[in-house]
Design a protein around this ligand. Structure first.
Ligand SMILES: [Fe+2]
Length: 184
């Protein structure tokens, strides 16, 4: 098995998204890719944490995500379908349901290498990397992830506010710094 190029991943996702049921076609592509995770795992050797947007169009966004060890990202929604595939490490997802203007916990799923999770348009989740290693994932969204107005919730008060890409970037940076400080 050779290395999987991220541009190959994008190419396959774009083709899949042009099919009748884009969501299921993208899931199939991602399942194939992370069933041979060693193709991408080299990317975790020198991790650049955060969200690297590989492709962005009105109907599709493909993002390479490297989660720092110990990160805990506040609840947020996407308002478009999402497919999350893990090629290294672990990503714990907690789900929430909207109820009477608030969100309430509604189960969760621990994702490990080879797993692909599909989320519906109305999903609200928070994400945690419980491991002491970085987690590598490909996240695919059925719309323009950057432009779509959506929500995030305070991790403690669960107060809703507009989604803030910079707040997300700060959480990644903070967790990476904490990890580096702890490993000195
Ligand atoms: Fe998310």
């Amino acid at each position: 098995v050779g290395t999987t190029d991220l541009s190959d991943v994008v190419e396959q996702c774009v083709q899949a998204a042009a099919e009748g049921d884009a969501r299921l076609a993208v899931r199939d592509v991602l399942e194939r890719i992370v069933s041979q995770p060693e193709g991408l795992a080299g990317r975790l050797g020198d991790p650049k944490v955060g969200l690297d947007i590989l492709y962005r169009a009105p109907n599709l966004t493909v993002i390479h995500v490297v989660w720092p060890p110990g990160i805990s990202l506040f609840p947020h929604d996407h308002r478009m379908w999402a497919a999350i595939a893990i090629y290294g490490g672990q990503e714990d997802n907690a789900f929430y349901r909207r109820r009477e203007g608030r969100i309430v916990p509604s189960g969760g799923r621990e994702l490990r290498v080879g797993d692909v999770l599909l989320l519906g348009d109305d999903a609200v989740h928070s994400v945690r990397n419980p491991a002491r290693t970085h987690t590598g994932a490909i996240h695919v969204y059925g719309g323009d992830f950057v432009d779509m107005p959506r929500s995030q919730w305070d991790a403690e008060t669960l107060e809703e506010r507009p989604y803030d890409h910079e707040a997300v970037a700060r959480e990644f940076a903070r967790a990476e710094e904490a990890f580096l400080a702890a490993s000195e």
